[in-house]
Design a protein around this ligand. Structure first.
Ligand code: ADP
Ligand code: MG
Length: 252
């Protein structure tokens, strides 16, 4: 019955992806010949120091950006071949982003923020209201539904952003350092919430972090250093991220 049983292909396939910025002496290789896959239903952590290429790679996977070379497949769609318009549709229908800075609309209440993606898809009001209520319940914010972002704590704002990301039932959730602006306890709670909602909604998630608590709850870890994949790094031991030269080899 479950779709998972008929899908044997990975949710995400990153194949020899390179993203460079600039040209000539200013050329910078942000992501350098990276290949990996994310299996359906898994939570994969993308780990690496600041500047290692995490955001660039996530933006390419989610169709916000395009690699300079290589191919990316999301749910059997070659996103790197899609037109701008089709990539926008992909982000509306199949892929959802959660950002470090939450990205909520300040003038809208928590409930209105969660309902926004459904409004953009012209979902019927009754269906929308029901889904918003479900999602707010899922992230534990029912009591705060009328508050605006400025009236919520950082952790609560990130819960709203997660609920909003789930609104259109995406297949893939991409979260770029979702706990980066939160204290350790709140960050751990957000990670636990992500783990729960991914299982609850039957989604796949790719989450960048340098937060050890996330690496612990992820099914797999993909480790980037200076735009390269670190070989065989399925589990990154504590402290190993602090070694190595951050800038070496990136500017060519
Ligand atoms: P991370 O998310 O791991 O901190 P980023 O993907 O943001 O890493 O950045 C990787 C490298 O690419 C960095 O050296 C950064 O300065 C560079 N970079 C990112 N975005 C741009 C851009 N739009 N133009 C030029 N360089 C960029
Ligand atoms: Mg980043």
């Amino acid at each position: 019955m479950s779709n998972a049983s008929v899908h044997t292909t990975p949710m995400v396939k990153v194949d020899s992806v390179t993203r460079t910025y600039g040209s000539g002496t200013n050329k910078l290789i942000a992501v350098n010949d990276v290949s990996f896959t994310v299996e359906r239903g898994k939570l994969v952590a993308l780990v690496g120091r600041s500047g290692s290429g995490k955001t660039t790679l996530l933006n390419c996977i989610g169709g916000l950006d395009r690699p300079s070379r290589g191919a990316i497949t999301v749910d059997d769609i070659v996103v790197t071949k899609l037109s701008e318009r089709k990539r926008t549709a992909l982000r509306r229908d199949s892929v959802a982003f959660v950002f470090q800075t939450f990205g909520l609309v300040p003038m809208l209440s928590a409930a209105e923020n969660v309902g926004l993606p459904m409004r953009l898809r012209n979902t019927k009001t009754s269906v929308r209201d029901k889904r918003v209520a479900e999602l707010l319940d899922l992230v534990g914010l029912t009591k705060h539904m009328h508050q605006r972002p400025a009236e919520l704590s950082g952790g609560q704002q990130q819960r709203v952003a997660i609920a909003r990301a789930l609104a259109n039932q995406p297949k893939l959730l991409i979260a770029d350092e979702p706990t980066g602006q939160l204290d350790a306890d709140t960050g751990a709670a957000i990670m636990a919430l992500l783990r729960t909602v991914i299982a609850d909604q039957g989604m796949t998630a790719l989450v960048s972090t340098h937060d050890q608590s996330l690496m612990d709850i992820a099914d797999h870890t993909v480790h980037l250093a200076d735009g390269h994949l670190v070989d065989g790094a399925l589990a990154v031991p504590t402290g190993s991220l602090a070694t190595g030269s951050e800038h070496q080899g990136r500017i060519v």
